[in-house]
Design a protein around this ligand. Sequence first.
Ligand code: SF4
Length: 349
Amino acid sequence: MFWIALQKGYDFIDAILLDFTTEDIKHFLNDKNSSYYNVIYKSENGIIEREERHSSGEFFVPLPRHELFKNDKYSFPFSKQKLFSTVLTNFGCPYKCTFCVVNRFNFKERSVSAVIEELKFVNKINIKEVVFKDQTFAANSKKAELLCQEMVNEGIKISWTCFSRIDLMNEPLLLKMKSAGCHTIIFGIETANSRLLSTFNKLLDINKIKEVVRLCKSLNIKTVGTFIIGLPGDDRLSIEMTITSAKECCFDYASFNIFTPAYGTEIRNRLLKESAIDNNVSFMDRGISYPTHIKGCLSQKQIWLLRRAAILKFYFDPVYIFKKIKDCKTIFDAMNMLNQGLGVLRTLI
Ligand code: SF4
């Protein structure tokens, strides 16, 4: 599936490693003839695609060289401080949403002590802001609680953002996350239509959304809801329902992304069989790509315009804008908000 990146003029790419949690890279670099998996590479005989075999359980990586990426030109929209770093506590995902490619890598975790060692190092080089890049932070909620507790015990002073699922959150866990420095959580909601959620195996209890957002607000944790516009089976009504519920749930921010049939997903294979997408559709980004789904209740242009309507309804609301301005406590907050606002405007052009 990823061989396309090697083919399409990216001359600077020699190989793609699909799973950095295995030792395949070592074997690949030492001896291309040995047995290893999860690598696609260029050779004299064309592009070679090795079988994918993903590990699970606990994985170990050496301490990343955060000091090499200490650059205040990097930015993350929800950061509270200028310099930030990214840290992983797990990789892959145990859930099986059919539009998502992440679950094909299985689910594996780092030990709490390894993550703590990394966070201490981040602190030592004076970085006080972290984004946990796990696709589903707290997928193992007991381990997440333990990690947060250890962060407090070890006196790690960082503020942080993570991505997670609404149905993993509860008050004791959120309290622990807050005390360890969590200020923002990004939740994948996708759609307000429960039939579509179950079709795509997202299995999310819509009633829980408001409860968790309310809980986060009471703890002063910001929430971001991410939504997909134009899922196969979406019609005007279901998209309008999604837009309304993003607003009603009172997320602090919402991200409306166009459905993209990403490589390696179950839904892509289904749509190809139904000739509902073109096999040449090769991008993976769901953000602002023009719709690619060609057989559905809505045309590509209608989906595009509905996404625009979603952004306008959510953000261009005087009450919302007033609240956001009131929320700015520092010059950094104000500049960050201005940049975010310009970013939102850019997606409309
Ligand atoms: S959408 Fe989220 S919960 Fe579902 S498989 Fe992907 S990462 Fe996991």
